[in-house]
Design a protein around this ligand. Structure first.
Ligand code: NAP
Length: 269
């Protein structure tokens, strides 16, 4: 595993597991929570320690159950959750505090490693208000690092200009064919870790074919090529799989280096 240093000096693993359909019936995002911890226990067994959940996934308790059932020490994990940008969770400062506490209760943890604003909303001033409550939770030791998700350059700049604690991470959609290169560069030049989501599921068949061809030289598959490419760009990646063999394959990405030429092909897809 490789790690990046956040702008507050803490470390984040570069590879983690997404969880947005874990612990749910029919592996369906909207499915009824069935409490199944086996998917995450399998990921933990493979070696994943960064776990990405969110209030909106409704499965924080399943994540907490799996972490405690795994027998792996809490401090070995890097647990991310996210506060929704909707009134019932963040409409007042007290609601923000309650949402944070409810995440901790569901996770059965006394701190989270990273808490993100899940999606921006129109009102920058109001986002700053919520951010200030997250800063307070950092001071109280309930959250180690705070960040955002799906923010653009303007929204990030506003926080950078007005916050006491700068965002540590911006998590956003990025995959070959829709890399969001400018946003990655903006984040990195402002010491914000760029974390890619949906690196795998959004790829077209055509892109997978190109990545598979590139992978042949390195004896790697298309999924390993894309994850290695993103990690090499200094990003954090969070592929999710319900299959142990896919989890293993997605984890086995640190023992090769794509040539500059191959990286350019992927960047220009
Ligand atoms: N911040 C946000 O707004 C936001 C939005 C979306 C997602 N996320 C986070 O990002 C995580 C990742 O996104 P995602 O789960 O939507 O998509 P993803 O990880 O890109 O792809 C998941 C899909 O790809 C398949 N897959 C995974 N590895 C594979 C492999 N090696 N070979 C073939 N198929 C493979 C999985 O099927 P199998 O189960 O059959 O392997 C699953 O259908 C989420 O779980 C969530 O934690 C955040």
């Amino acid at each position: 595993m490789t790690y990046l240093t956040l702008n507050n000096g803490l470390l984040i693993p570069q590879l983690g597991t997404g969880t947005n359909t874990f612990g749910k019936e029919n592996k369906d995002f909207m499915g009824v929570i069935n409490g199944n911890t086996s998917e995450l226990l399998s990921s933990i067994d493979v070696g994943y320690r960064l776990i990405d959940t969110a209030v909106a996934y409704r499965n924080e308790k399943v994540i907490g159950d799996a972490v405690s059932q795994s027998g792996v020490l809490r401090e070995e994990f890097f647990i991310t959750s996210k506060i929704p940008g909707s009134i019932e969770y963040m409409g007042t400062d007290d609601l923000v505090r309650q949402t944070i506490q409810s995440s901790l209760n569901n996770l059965q943890m006394d701190y989270m490693d990273l808490y993100l604003i899940h999606k921006p909303w129109d009102n920058l001033k109001d986002m700053l208000r919520v951010w200030k409550v997250l800063e307070e939770a950092v001071e109280l030791g309930k959250i180690k690092s705070i960040g955002v998700s799906n923010f653009n350059e303007e929204q990030l700049q506003y926080l950078i200009d007005h916050a006491n604690i700068k965002p540590a991470v911006n998590q956003f959609l990025s995959y070959p064919g829709f890399e969001q290169k400018e946003l990655i560069e903006f984040c990195q030049s402002n010491h914000i870790i760029a974390e890619a989501y949906q690196s795998i599921t959004k790829l077209t068949d055509e892109t997978k074919k190109i990545l598979s061809n590139i992978g042949k030289k390195y004896h790697k598959s298309w999924n390993q090529v894309v994850l290695n490419y993103q990690v090499n760009k200094g990003m954090v990646v969070i592929p999710k799989s319900h299959s142990t063999s896919h989890q293993q394959s997605n984890f086995d990405i640190f023992d090769f280096e794509l040539s500059e030429e191959d990286r350019m092909i992927i960047e220009n897809l």
